[in-house]
Design a protein around this ligand. Sequence first.
Ligand SMILES: Nc1ncnc2c1ncn2[C@@H]1O[C@H](COP(=O)(O)OP(=O)(O)OP(=O)(O)O)[C@@H](O)[C@H]1O
Length: 260
Amino acid sequence: MDAQGEIAIDLQDVVVAFGARVVIDRLSLTTKRGEIFGLVGASGGGKSVLLRAMLGLLPKTAGRIAILGTDRDAASPAELQALERRWGVLYQQGALFSSLTVLQNVEFPMREYLKLSPRMMREVAMAKLDMVGLAPRDGEKLPSELSGGMTKRVALARALALDPDIVFLDEPTSGLDPIAAGEFDSLIKTLQDTLGLTVFMITHDLDCLRLVCDRIGALADGRIVEVGAMDAMRASAHPWVQAYFRAARSHSGQGAQTLV
Ligand SMILES: Nc1ncnc2c1ncn2[C@@H]1O[C@H](COP(=O)(O)OP(=O)(O)OP(=O)(O)O)[C@@H](O)[C@H]1O
């Protein structure tokens, strides 16, 4: 595979502004295929804005955004649609359709993008539920009947519906208790190992950063101020990164859970 083929996300001097308010300020970042990349940053620092700009849900003001080798500005509408089929997204609140059953939620992207028979769609959706550790009987439930952890799993199953090359996760373990969060982390890691999935996730979860992410990027002042593995974060001279990961150090010293 050439160097370009090994790159998952390539951001060069990206600017996103709302009027005079610059939220993302000439940010550059490259992530690799097959890696789990975690993005951290202060609350209100622009993580979700960056994610939405990468997904094309928000216009950037300047710079270059290329995902899986497709430059958003240079791509035709057909190429952009093809790109969208190659990613899955888990939004912060899970964002399931409340009137649809679990199975119907997982089938939803297939209805939109694939021409499959109802039987085939059901079979694929069942396989995705199994992949995220849910039982066949959970498929008939409505979102209101699910626990927080199950909701995240269903949202992940839906993000996996089109067999994506990359998944974007916006705070996947927020609102989960430590056990459910740890189980979800294990699941992400297993999917990386078994499917070769590339993951870009926003997270505040220090265990997840430490145990699941291959590399971490720290967003401050609208830019990536540090990037690397946990050791690089701990050794960073940047004041915000130091303050954030000092908490991680004391946290791991208290015997944080390890993944099995
Ligand atoms: N559509 C918009 N119009 C104007 N300002 C916006 C818009 N969307 C986001 N912002 C502003 O951009 C800034 C960054 O918001 P963002 O949601 O990206 O933060 P975040 O890093 O994801 O925070 P959190 O960790 O709390 O979710 C905030 O000041 C927010 O008010």
